[in-house]
Design a protein around this ligand. Structure first.
Ligand code: 0PR
Length: 355
């Protein structure tokens, strides 16, 4: 039987996945049959995973990257679920709550449901950033975790992380930053989001998004080992005695691909990709504004704009993989595979549709 072709990236404008770097693709293939879930057997991939954590910690400006804890997850969802689980396990109260902005990814809803914690959703301001006063009003002595987003899924906004971390710690809670998408973009901006800027306890940062690593490669990072210790369960018949990860068998391809991508691209390759993506986002935002659309000014390379439903549908019809925010705006994520010429073709199609 003929194999189906995977989706070409040519017209993909709404995905947070991208074309993996060739070196990452090659490394992933070599490690396809390895399992970092059994580090005593698959030693090479286990040391690659240590390297991955050190590189991710460097990106996230950890004061001492070799002391950071963490592991390569299946994606941002697993990292967020585990951050909630770790905070719940470390908190004294029985009925804990987690404070999450309404801009938080839906993975926190999954976490809350599975882990039996109360999710307290707090509003964002007019610029889609979490309101620190709303977080301050929501926390109490049963709050195990405060979540801030650094690069939100819908608008690419960065929350006031230092202020949120202070509120969290004053309340006796831990601070988690979801930089699943933004983590590979923000090192090249002046935003305060990292271990170095604030007292962040755990952080989600995904190589398989802007990191140009193959799927599956997410990242959970922790300031120190305590966060992972709170997740460990005994593994009596393995050579290693405990396991902190959510899944058992894991993707060695994801680990090897992530390390290869980071070694090739950090920092200059990522800086170039971020600059190009930022220029593209500015260009698209201006092109849409010129045509009279209401545009949400991009801060990271993600553009949202209000388009009539008929035009949105016609763009989908023309083969453009675009999506909408919960508010109904067109959303374009300027990932590394999105070129200026494909955006020009997109705008040309839009002009045709408007005629
Ligand atoms: N945190 C943030 C801030 C995210 O944007 C996402 C995913 C996650 C966590 C969860 O990550 P995983 O999907 O790796 O578990 N954001 C994208 C979204 O929901 C995921 C995505 C990726 C969707 C590629 C479509 C797509 O083609 O839009």
């Amino acid at each position: 039987m003929q194999q189906p072709e995977p989706q070409s990236f040519d017209r993909v404008l709404s995905s947070m996945c991208t074309e993996p770097h060739p070196a990452a693709r090659e490394a992933a293939e070599r490690f396809l049959a390895t399992n970092p879930g059994d580090p005593a057997t698959y030693e090479a991939v286990a040391s690659l995973e240590e390297r991955a954590i050190e590189l991710l910690a460097t990106l996230a400006d950890h004061p001492s990257p070799t002391d950071a804890a963490g592991y390569v997850t299946s994606g941002g969802t697993e990292a967020n679920v585990q951050a909630v689980r770790s905070a719940r396990n470390r908190h004294d109260a029985n009925d804990v709550n987690v404070v999450v902005p309404e801009s938080g990814h839906f993975s926190f809803h999954k976490a809350a449901e599975m882990l039996g914690v109360e999710l307290r959703t707090v509003p964002v301001d007019d610029d889609h950033r979490t309101r620190a006063d709303a977080v301050a009003a929501a926390v109490d002595t049963s709050t195990a975790l405060v979540v801030g987003v650094a690069g939100s899924t819908e608008y690419g906004r960065v929350d006031p992380i230092p202020a949120l971390a202070e509120i969290a710690h004053d309340a006796g809670a831990l601070m988690h930053v979801d930089a699943a998408w933004g983590g590979f973009v923000l090192p090249f901006t002046d935003g305060e989001w990292s271990f170095g800027d604030a007292a962040v306890d755990t952080l989600t940062i995904d190589p398989h998004k802007f990191g140009q690593a193959p799927v599956p490669a997410g990242g959970l990072l922790a300031r120190d080992a305590a966060a992972l210790d709170a997740l460990a369960v005994d593994t009596p018949y393995l050579e290693t005695r405990s396991q902190a990860t959510l899944t058992g068998t894991r993707s060695g391809a994801g680990v090897a691909g992530a390390v290869a991508a980071m070694e090739v691209l950090w920092p200059d390759g990522y800086r170039d990709a971020v600059e190009r993506a930022g220029d593209n986002a500015e260009w698209l935002a201006a092109a849409l504004a010129d045509r009279g659309y209401d545009v949400v000014e991009p801060s990271l390379p993600l553009v949202a704009a209000r388009l009539p439903e008929s035009e949105f549908d016609a763009l989908r019809e023309a083969g453009w993989k675009v999506s909408r925010t919960a508010n109904g705006e067109l959303r374009v994520v300027c990932m590394p595979h999105v070129t200026r010429s494909s955006l020009q073709a997109f705008v040309a199609d839009l002009d045709r549709i408007r005629d």
